[in-house]
Design a protein. Structure first.
Ligand code: PMP
Length: 290
């Protein structure tokens, strides 16, 4: 079975919810995406903690304990036909018998999860890097919550795709916030720069790993507002997410990132960070076996 819905494991194609579900009507819910390597979830405790934070942020009681979520994930992962997976978790405020914005009374949340093959960038894409466009950050003021209402992200990501790019990098009041589905890191004069977790970005699990690795390896880094000018004159750029890991951005708004003969190619700091990341991930996964 590759899906879970309200206490039952079932094939995804057989899962059914009400059209009055508040996830469907209002985007009233929260979600998580957990990467799984060789059937071992990576940083699951952190993902479940962030799910709790998102649910607290939208005032929705968590229907499952961490152990309950863990059991759901473990069973989906064990029963899948593929070892590397992306497990999606979602909770909505459930389905009432009417359409009313204020919270319904006595309605159970809808609890949904499914697993699918992990789609990571190919070696060729990773070696070449990807393009991005800049766009105004038109989202709401609670971007620290992993809410399922993603219309702004959808529109901006589509704009990127139509420009032949992989990501839309958002700018708010002259500063970088994040990508439509990723956090963004800038390298300038050997220093790794990334914006703070101030409510305008999602506290990325991969963002945290990258900053831990920068500290562990003594790589200079600063968590502070990053201006549009710093973004545009970056020596290197990369994005992070649970499924993309550390992925070089080599072209921004049609201009190569960086200068000189390395311009438009993944830079040395990016490559080093990607190496640290995969080494660390594999080390953690080996420990999970022990
Ligand atoms: N920001 C946004 C808006 C995202 O959707 C994602 C992907 N979930 C991220 C950042 C990266 O977060 P993570 O590293 O936890 O996948």
């Amino acid at each position: 079975m590759n899906a879970y819905l309200n206490g039952e494991f079932l094939p995804l194609a057989a899962a059914r919810i009400s059209p009055l579900d508040r996830g469907f009507l209002f985007g009233d819910g929260a979600y998580e995406v957990i990467p799984v390597y060789s059937r071992r979830p990576f940083r699951i405790a952190e993902h479940l903690r962030r799910l709790q934070d998102s649910l607290d942020g939208i005032r929705l009681a968590n229907p499952l304990s961490p152990a309950g979520w863990q059991a759901v994930v473990e069973r989906l992962v064990a029963e899948a036909d593929f070892p590397d997976q992306s497990v999606y978790l979602q909770v909505t405020r459930g389905a009432d018998d009417k359409r009313e914005q204020a919270f319904p009374v006595g309605v159970s949340p809808t609890v949904f999860a499914f697993t699918s093959p992990l789609v990571a960038p190919s070696d060729a894409v990773r070696a070449a890097g990807v393009g991005a466009i800049t766009v105004p950050d038109i989202r709401w003021a609670k971007c620290d919550l992993k809410a399922i209402s993603l219309l702004a992200n959808v529109l901006l990501r589509q704009q990127a795709v139509e420009a032949g790019c992989a990501e839309a990098i958002m700018l708010r009041e002259g500063c970088l916030t994040e990508g439509a589905a990723s956090n963004i890191f800038v390298v300038k004069a050997g220093v790794i720069l990334t914006p703070p977790q101030d409510g305008h970005i999602l506290p990325g699990i991969t963002y945290d790993v990258v900053l831990e690795l920068a500290a562990r390896h003594g790589a200079p880094h600063e968590i502070r507002p990053v201006s549009e000018d710093e973004l545009r004159t970056a020596d290197e750029l990369w994005m992070t997410s649970s499924t993309k890991e550390v992925l070089a951005i080599v072209n921004l708004d049609g201009q190569p990132v960086g200068r000189g003969e390395r311009a438009g190619r993944p830079g040395p700091v990016t490559q080093r960070m990607h190496h640290w990341y995969t080494t660390f991930r594999d080390e953690v996964m080996r420990h999970a076996d022990a």
